[in-house]
Design a protein around this ligand. Sequence first.
Ligand code: ZN
Length: 607
Amino acid sequence: MKKKRFNVLTNVAIGFFAMFLLLLIERVGILYKGSNESVTLLPTDNVVHMKELPREKKCLLIINKDDATSKLIYPQYVQILTDMRVGFDTIDISEVKINKWQLSGNGTNYETVVIATSDYSAIGEDILVLTDWVKEGGRLLVGVTPVRSEIFDIIGPKLGIVEMGDELSVVNDFISDEDYMLGAGKTYYVDDAYESSLVVQLDSSAAVYAHTSDNTPLVWSYKYGAGKFVVCNFSYVSKAYRGIYSSAYTLLEDVFVYPVINASTFYLDDFPSPTPAGDGEYIKRDYGMGIAQFYSAVWWPKVLALGDKHNIPYTGLIIETYEDDTGEELPTNKSTADYYYYGNMLLNKGGEVGYHGYNHQPLCGPDYVYEDDIGYKVWESYTAMYNSLDELTKFSTGVFPGTELSVYVPPSDVLSPEGRQLIGDEFPGIKTIASIYFEGPDAYSQEYEVSEDGIVETPRIVSSCIIDDYMKLAAFSELNFHFVTSHFMHPDDLLDEDRGAAIGWKQLSQNLDDYMTWIDESAPDIRHLTGSGMAGAVQRFVNVIPKTQVEDKKVIITTKGLIDDVYYLIRVPEGGLISADGGKLKKLNGTLYLLDAYEDTVTITRE
Ligand SMILES: [Zn+2]
């Protein structure tokens, strides 16, 4: 009897020892190999240019402050041209008339024009000044669906339009030609479809680059005289569709070069965090186990397997406690076993840990009023906010000694101006904030940029494992605009019906796998980076001021502000590129190339 009991105890001890050994092996990284791609986050003073535009203004952006569509599309084009580093002037046709002298006189000599209004009647007969300029060699983008008018009808044939319907047609989806955008060969569905494109019959010599599933042309180009028109017959004017407009712009020139971020990231919010006790309704239904067991036996192994399959180094964001204290005295979480277990596995897979919150209360001080009340509290004082981050950083560096934590993700993407200031002023260890790309109530919405205090803004674009049509289109758009993808999810998605709990993990993980596969197939060359790697990529992206010189047999790209290397996408609608000196060139599709430029001057040979 006694002996048997002793054996049981020995077995338990051996079991514990084996587990300890496993954890140790995990920590030193014997079992897993990490992703070998990394981009270092640089000290702030390396970044001296912030998307500075070349001095030469090569583009004229035409807007109309009296037109509602123009008001919406205008800020999108400003961001598109700025991020692609196209120097531009803006004129508002509600105030100024267009004349020849504006286009090529007065010291200016524009190469491109973008019409960012749907109302051509405001341009009046001056439209002929523009079309004549194209005939002479100018390049003009009809930047958003025009409304039919006497004036627009005059120029229709010059744009390649043979016939035009009176009504606009509903745009339900977007299909790119295989040789045009990345992620082509797939139908992207539009959210809240409405009548937004001209019904047209095009001349046979028009080159159609994108269309709807019922064959309405959405993007085409048409040669006119020595010049060229590109028409973007598309009118969804929000941030999620920028890549459609930016890609249309790239078709204007014979060779168009623009800097990109080249990064793909996956964030696991609230991970590691205290594992909820008890049962989740749908987890119990599908797996017959409690939440804690499900996380360790089902969810996490699957997430790791997907990371392996798609070569993804995850970035996990730590929550210290789910208690909702927002006072100045904050107790330290003493149970750290889960943090060691999950966090070290993540690190050993080449991943990274960052900060999310002491608890899940956003950094909003006592005077902050939530636009949308979803039950969040405010912190009692500035000191309380400070203490919460201070406690979190001490806790995290205690659990992961020797690991640099530089990424901060605001809880629920909410961060008050006061909280944002606090991070920049008091926490120099935080070098990048990964919040959200899209606007929403209380959301700390970002652009990819470096703020004045040196913090790198690295917004996330899509989230959860539902990945609806809107997100798919947004992901497609950003892949083509910034050559970037960014996704986040939470382990507790499985507890929340709004985030798909009822669908079940089997289907949700399949959706995630599908999204990762879409990235692999659409952009096999994109760099898979952690949150800090993404920030390093953004630092290099914002700092460059490129200049492109196109000649008969070659293209010369000169980069001011090159730190070590930077990536460019190059659109060549006709002909092609052969090789690069000073950079590495890769053909992505029939008209698009990726260039890794590592010299200030890169010379590319043309076909
Ligand atoms: Zn969270």
